[in-house]
Ligand binder design. Structure first.
Ligand SMILES: [Zn+2]
Length: 342
């Protein structure tokens, strides 16, 4: 395999006949890896189908990632969560005492559910478990709950017990430095446990953190702490532009985040990865794709992925203006990475 790893995420199609054709197509477009989303629905109803899909990818020499797509509402992704419907007592509780549609990292039931996800990831034969954007509930991202902006999670009974154990008192309703620290430690402890469990099942681990330069309210105070987790192999980020971003923004964000990743990855012996936006790409923004890919490569990143296959053509909420053009442009950018690595 090339020293460079490139590939797309893939979702929405579970028919092996069509997936085989798409995998061949990806390979013709300079991919040597693929990420299959492995949602709650996939694990419940498509488990052995997913195993077939991973076999098809392996037969073709592709490296296979899977991610817990929107599991419990705490990772990135568009999938719905049956876990939340069945376990309302495992939801995060906000600082005003109201639940939010996301599971709490500290709830044993959710940790058990994630162990079942890891069993599934192992069963389907994946190579890498990708922990995508783990975060405490971000109110600004939820159109229906944005009015609660200013609140924070989590004050569920389980968090109250753990907070008392760690800090020796009742959990405040105000956002104190101890609360901030508790949230940070809660996510890290979850990732530490899950990545060790993944490794014990023969899987490698990639954590995709939200871009450090974005300073989002996801609960992690110091992103560099994820590099210290014992079972982490790769650390990624995804500085996706929005509709108003210009080329200068893309250049700065990809450069800063790529350099940050490389610095911490080198110091800790991990490998950095970066994600390029291949969804909701407006026509005039297609030039950002080769720009972001080139800047990441020049910064020293050798594992470059794009979300998602075919410019996200087949999910209308994510579809790019000209998805096939996005796909061809990303393929050319991948090809350049491989050529330069020779
Ligand atoms: Zn909680």
């Amino acid at each position: 395999m090339s020293r460079v790893v490139t590939g797309w995420s893939y979702f929405g199609v579970r028919n092996p006949q069509h997936v085989a054709e798409d995998l061949d197509d990806m390979i013709r477009h300079h991919a040597n890896a693929v990420l299959f989303t492995l949602s709650e629905e996939d694990v419940a109803f498509y488990l052995d189908t997913m195993r077939e899909l991973v076999e098809l990818a392996h037969e073709r020499g592709l490296l296979v990632y899977v991610n817990p797509w929107a599991w419990g509402g705490v990772f990135g992704g568009e999938a719905f969560s049956g876990f939340l419907a069945r376990n309302p007592d495992a939801r995060q509780i906000d600082s005003a005492g109201e639940p939010v549609p996301a599971a709490c990292f500290n709830q044993p039931k959710f940790r058990d559910a994630m162990l079942r996800w890891l069993d599934a990831a192992s069963h389907v034969g994946a190579d890498v478990a990708m922990w995508d954007e783990p975060h405490f509930f971000v109110f600004e991202w939820d159109a229906e709950l944005a009015a609660r902006k200013g609140r924070w999670t989590c004050r569920c009974p389980q968090c109250a017990i753990r907070y008392r154990e760690q800090y020796g008192g009742e959990m405040p309703t105000q956002r104190t430095p101890e609360v901030e620290q508790f949230r940070h430690r809660s996510i890290l402890a979850f990732l530490d446990e899950m990545s060790r469990e993944a490794r014990s099942r023969g899987l490698k681990n990639s954590i995709c953190i939200l871009p450090p330069t974005f300073r989002l309210d996801d609960g992690l105070l110091r992103y560099e702490d994820v590099f210290a987790l014992e079972a982490i192999d790769y650390v990624a980020t995804d500085p996706y532009w929005n509709e108003k971003s210009d080329a200068t923004w893309v250049e700065q964000q990809y450069r800063q985040n790529a350099q940050w990743l490389l610095r911490h990855a080198t110091a800790s012996g991990r490998e950095p990865e970066i994600w390029i936006k291949n969804f909701r790409v407006r026509k005039q923004q297609e030039c950002f794709i080769p720009l972001a890919t080139r800047i990441s490569y020049e910064a020293g990143i050798r594992r470059v992925f794009a979300w998602s296959y075919l410019g996200s053509a087949y999910m209308s909420s994510l579809r790019s203006d000209d998805p096939l053009s996005v796909y061809e442009i990303q393929a050319q950018a991948f090809a350049l990475c491989h050529e330069q690595a020779r």
